[in-house]
Write a protein of this length. Structure first.
Length: 322
C-alpha cells in the first residue's frame, strides 16, 4: 500500500504558478513546494511540470535545482521526475560513483516489472546517449559485470505459471554452483537473470525445503565478504521479497554512523506510490521503532519535512513545520 496522500482534484496550472511564486524573491518558500509536490502523484506531477514549462518556458526540475540545495534538493528533484526517468538518473549516478553502487542497478533490474525496465532503458538512452547495458559494462568489471549486464539485458516472463519439474532441476544446478563456488558459472547467471520471478521463487522454496536454509544464506555461508556473492544475494533478495529487502536498506541507511541519505531517499521516493506502507510495517517489526520516528530523528530541516510528507505522517510533518 502507498503512503502518498494526494488529492483527487487539483489544478496543474495553479500548482505551477504557486511553485513559481515560491521561487521568487530573496528566499525560497520551501514549505509551499513541499505542500504541493509532496502531495501529488506521478501523473499529477507530470502535468504540473508540463504546465510549468508551457507558462514559463523553463523546466521545473531546473528551477528546483537552482533554488534548492543539499539532500532536500536531490530528493525533491528525483521525486518530480517520472518513474522511468528517475530510475535512469539513479542508475547513472550509481554507475558514476568511484565505487559503483551495484545495489541500485540490481533494484532496477530485479524489482521493476519487465515493461518498467524497458521504459528505464529507453529513458536512459534518451538522457545519456548510451544504453544502460553499455554503461553498466563500462563501469564494472569481472564476474559482477557479467551479473549486472545479464540482469539489465534480460526480459523476464511476468506471468504466474510455475513449472515444478524445472524448479527441482534448477535447484540442483544452483546447489552445485554454490558449493562448488562457481559463482560466475553461466548456468547460475542464466537462471537468476532470465527465469520469471514466480519460477525463481518456486526454485528458492524448493532449495530451502531440500537443504534447510535459504539460498541467500547458503551464499553468505560460502563466501562471506565477497562482493560478487553479495551482489548475487541482492539479486535473490530483490526477487524473493523486495519489501523485506527495502526494509533492510532503510535499516542500514539509518542505523549507522552518519545517515546514508541516498539510500534513505531512494527507498522512500521510489516506493511511496507503491508499497511503502508495507515496508514501513516490516521495518517496525524488525527494529521495534516506527520508520517515521527513525526518519524524524535522523534527518533535519526541509529534507526531513519532505520525507515525512511522503511517508504520509501528517502529525509528525506538522510538528516538523511548526
Amino acid at each position: 500500500m502507498a503512503t502518498l496522500i494526494a488529492p483527487k482534484e487539483f489544478s496543474p496550472v495553479e500548482d505551477a504558478e504557486a511553485i513559481k511564486k515560491a521561487c521568487l524573491g530573496w528566499g525560497t518558500d520551501e514549505e509551499t513546494i513541499i505542500s504541493i509536490l509532496g502531495h501529488r502523484n506521478s501523473f499529477q506531477r507530470k502535468l504540473i511540470r508540463l504546465a510549468y514549462e508551457e507558462i514559463y518556458q523553463e523546466d521545473l526540475i531546473q528551477q528546483l535545482n537552482s533554488e534548492l540545495s543539499g539532500d532536500f534538493e536531490k530528493a525533491i528533484c528525483h521525486w518530480t521526475l517520472e518513474p522511468a526517468e528517475r530510475d535512469a538518473v539513479l542508475a547513472n549516478k550509481a554507475l558514476k560513483k568511484a565505487i559503483p553502487d551495484y545495489k541500485v542497478i540490481v533494484e532496477i533490474a530485479c524489482v521493476r516489472s519487465p515493461e518498467d525496465l524497458l521504459a528505464v532503458k529507453r529513458a536512459y538512452r534518451f538522457l545519456y546517449r548510451h544504453s544502460l547495458e553499455e554503461d553498466v559494462a563500462s563501469n564494472t568489471n569481472g564476474p559482477i559485470r557479467k551479473l549486472l549486464v545479464a540482469a539489465v539485458s534480460a526480459y523476464r516472463y511476468d506471468g504466474p505459471e510455475v513449472y515444478e519439474n524445472l524448479a527441482h532441476t534448477e535447484v540442483g544446478i544452483l546447489r552445485d554452483d554454490i558449493y562448488g563456488k562457481s559463482y560466475n558459472h553461466e548456468e547460475l547467471l542464466r537462471i537468476l537473470t532470465t527465469r520469471s520471478k514466480a519460477q525463481l521463487n518456486a526454485t528458492f522454496n524448493y532449495y530451502k525445503d531440500m537443504y534447510g536454509r535459504s539460498i541467500a544464506k547458503g551464499l553468505l555461508g560460502e563466501a562471506a565478504g565477497d562482493e560478487y556473492s553479495a551482489a548475487l544475494r541482492t539479486v535473490i533478495r530483490c526477487i524473493r521479497d523486495p519489501k523485506r529487502y527495502y526494509a533492510k536498506v532503510l535499516r542500514n541507511a539509518i542505523n549507522r554512523d552518519g545517515t546514508d541519505e541516498d539510500g534513505l531517499s531512494r527507498v522512500i521516493i521510489t516506493r511511496a506510490e507503491k508499497d511503502l506502507d508495507d515496508i514501513r510495517a516490516l521495518y517496525l517489526k524488525r527494529n521495534s521503532v516506527p520508520l517515521d520516528l527513525a526518519v524524524a530523528k535522523d534527518t533535519t530541516g526541509d529534507y526531513k519535512k519532505f520525507l515525512l510528507t511522503l511517508l504520509g505522517n501528517v502529525k509528525l510533518e506538522a510538528v516538523s513545520i511548526g
